[in-house]
Design a protein around this ligand. Structure first.
Ligand code: AMP
Ligand code: ZN
Length: 112
């Protein structure tokens, strides 16, 4: 838990959010400003600022993030295609400095 972290407050239920799935280590919530028909944020409950801040001891947690992605992808209709994006650093658009993985689906997406 980091003071003044939006996602830590959501994880601690101090702020509301639409929770899609949750376990002891990872929470999935609806993005408040969706960029696709399905736009979720997959967030470790542990406060990790960004990818550079991941420690060796977090290896299992990173795997758990991906297994949660796999779980929510199975509930998608059709081809179950999705895109995962991590904005890492303010220069590329990171605005919440608690690492999170954008899960996007439900529309045709082009190359970057
Ligand atoms: P990023 O810009 O990659 O750091 O992503 C932060 C994301 O958090 C953005 O897509 C925002 O729309 C989203 N966001 C901000 N506040 C909330 C909130 N209270 N509940 C859900 N999503 C939020
Ligand atoms: Zn946090």
């Amino acid at each position: 838990m980091a003071a003044d972290c939006l996602f830590c407050k959501i994880i601690n239920k101090e702020l509301p959010a639409t929770i899609i799935d949750e376990n002891d280590d990872v929470v999935v919530l609806k993005d408040i400003a969706p960029k696709a028909p399905v736009h979720y944020l997959v967030i470790p409950k542990k406060h990790i600022k960004d990818i550079q801040s991941i420690q060796k001891e977090d290896a299992n947690l990173v795997a758990k993030i991906l297994f949660m992605v796999q779980k929510i992808s199975k509930k998608l209709p059709g081809s179950q295609a999705f895109r995962l994006i991590v904005n890492n650093g303010s220069d590329v658009g990171q605005s919440v400095f608690h690492m999170h993985w954008h899960f996007l689906s439900g529309k045709k997406m082009q190359d970057f």
